[in-house]
Design a protein around this ligand. Structure first.
Ligand code: AN7
Length: 351
């Protein structure tokens, strides 16, 4: 059987050698789903890059497979990361797969329950710190400088190299890059990686156009919008509850280079888009991911996206990651286990 996954599919685009372990959980190759109803409602040609379809349910797997493979190639026995959740889940899974230890450092009480469950299930050492993500990242960065552990946060260049494959897939699936691409911004690694991917494609003589890259932050955690670090970031979208993005400068270059933008959206707008895409397109993403759609809607309201434009919204993580946000919103009706009662309740006979 041919082996699959990012390291196999995109080998020639990645810094791998014969000595790099062929690590894979069949990550990448995620669906680009045409959003029919939202396209019609918003008068654009909208596609959803469903990154929740990756093995651990987020885009992090694309970069993690390479970062862990290179760490193993370099003889590491332990990988470490700070995380708002998805990086932790991905590091835990790929470390398990590669047979090395994972240590994940998370902000206490502020990561979605599904992500914590994953890190625990894969046997990672899970450490919660009394502090936020930015403090956790500072700790592990300092530790990795002095101690024998491999840092697998996105300051590890292999992470962004792996993540750039999403841009290559989008261009391949559409036949060319889209006009606009919206995505949530936390640590600002992913928007930098998309820029790398589209730039690499142009350099290789492929499509010459690079989509305008639009980053979207949550209002309570929008340092790139206000222009200064946020000491106490807050948002329902815990994945992007980050006050001082590590890839801030890279992301600014991506936005300026592509003619894109950075904006902030409210938690209410994030949750509205979260429900809309789930109910109208059948695609369930986590709150942070819906920031991309909330940002698109705000741009449409301001007339900043031309009618009929080809737009991609990157839905970075699966909705099941955060069961508390999902189930908090619904009203479950409880009935007696009786056929007539059920018929009346769903309107098949008059109530
Ligand atoms: C679903 O897992 O930072 O701007 O530690 O999980 O590249 O940071 C997660 C980030 C968007 C933001 N959507 O991406 C972590 C972490 C989801 C995320 C982002 C994250 P970056």
């Amino acid at each position: 059987m041919a082996w699959k996954g990012v390291l196999s599919e995109w080998a020639s685009w990645l810094p791998i050698t014969e000595r790099t372990p062929r690590l894979t959980l069949h990550e990448g190759g995620t669906p680009l789903v045409h959003a029919r109803r939202l396209s019609a409602a918003w008068n654009v040609e909208l596609y959803l890059k469903v990154e929740g379809a990756n093995p651990t349910g987020s885009f992090k797997d694309r970069g993690m497979v390479l970062a862990v493979a290179k760490a193993v190639e370099d003889g590491a026995r332990t990988v470490i990361c700070a995380s708002t959740g998805n990086t932790a889940a991905s590091a835990a899974a790929y470390a398990a797969r590669a047979g090395v230890e994972a240590v994940v450092v998370i902000p206490e009480g502020k990561i979605a329950r599904g992500k914590l469950a994953q890190a625990v299930a894969h046997g990672a050492r899970v450490i919660a710190v009394r502090g936020n993500f930015d403090e956790a990242l500072t700790l592990v960065r300092t530790l990795a400088e002095s101690d024998r552990v491999a840092l697998v946060n996105s300051v590890n260049p292999y992470r962004l190299e792996g993540q750039k494959t999403a841009a290559l897939e989008v261009a391949a699936d559409l036949g060319r890059p889209p006009d606009e691409l919206f995505l949530p911004v936390g640590n600002a690694g992913n928007i930098s990686a998309y820029w790398m991917g589209f730039s690499a494609l142009r350099a290789a003589g492929g499509a010459q156009d690079i989509p305008r890259l639009h980053g979207v932050q949550a209002e309570g955690a929008a340092p790139m919008v206000t222009g200064r670090p946020v000491e106490h970031p807050e948002t329902v979208a815990t994945a992007i509850r980050i006050g001082n993005p590590a890839s801030w400068r890279k992301a600014e270059a991506a936005i300026a280079g592509s003619g894109g933008s950075i904006q902030a959206v409210s938690d209410a707008a994030i949750l509205e888009a979260y429900h809309e895409v789930a109910e109208r397109e059948g695609v369930f993403c986590e709150p942070a991911s819906a920031a991309s759609l909330a940002g698109l809607k705000a741009h449409l309201h301001k007339g900043l996206v031309r009618p009929g434009a080809r737009v991609v919204a990157v839905l970075t993580g699966h909705g099941l990651k955060d069961p508390d946000t999902a189930s908090g919103a619904v009203a479950v009706e409880t009935l007696d286990a009786d056929l007539e009662t059920l018929r009346r309740a769903i309107g098949l006979v008059p109530a």
